[in-house]
Design a protein around this ligand. Sequence first.
Ligand code: DC
Length: 223
Amino acid sequence: MSSSYIISIDGPAASGKSTVARKLAEKLNITYLSSGSVYRAITYVCLSKNIKPSDENLKDFINTQSFNIEHGKVFVNNQDYSKFLSLPETENAVSSYASLACVREFALTLLRDVAKHESIIMDGRDIGSVVFPNATNKFFLTASQEVRAKRRYDEFCKNHPNEKINLDNILAEIIKRDDMDRKRELSPLIVAENAILIDNSKLNIEETIQAIYNSLHKKTGEA
Ligand code: DC
C-alpha cells in the first residue's frame, strides 16, 4: 500500500464497523478514529453549556471551543472527552446535533484535518461518500436487521445480566434508526461510489476483518 492512506468503513447501526475498524487498525498499526466520537463530543460540550440544537448561537459556540484529535481520542478545551461520549444524555441527543448543517460542516473540517499527516481508518455513515470521497479503500459493512438486532440484544444481556429487554423492541429501534440514517437530508447513509459492500450477517468479527484484509491485499497485488 502507499505510504499514507485512508480506509473508510461506513455502515448502519450494529453492523460491527467500530469493532472491525479498531481491530483492523491494530493489525495494520495505524490510527483508528470513530467519526461518531466527534459528533458525540460536539453534542456533549453543547449539552454541558445548555446549548440546544435549536439555539441560534450554536455555530458561534462550537467555533469558540478548542477541539483536538490525538491518536483517535477527542479532546475539547484540552480535556479528554472519552468518558462523556457514551453517557445516556450524549447518546440520546447526538442524532439531533449530527443532523445540523453547522455541526456537520464543523466536524468535516476536523475529520479531514486528522488524515492530513497520518494513515487512518475512520468509520461512520458518510466517510466514503462525503468526508473522503477519494479514500484509498472504501468499505460498507452491513447485516440483516434481524442479525443486527440480535447483536444489540446479546450485547445488552451480557452487560446488564439482571435487566430484561425485548428483542422485538430492539428490532423496531434498528428499523427506525436505519430509516432515519438513510432518509436524512444531509449526508444520508449510502454505499459510496467504489465502496466494497460486505454483508456480515453470517460472518463473525474475525471473519469480517479477514474479508477486508483480503480485499486490501488483493487490491495491492493488482496495482
Ligand atoms: O457511530 P456512532 O453511534 O458513534 O454515531 C453517533 C451519531 O453520529 C449517530 O447519530 C450517527 C451520527 N454520525 C453521523 O451522522 N455521521 C458520521 N459520519 C458518524 C456518526
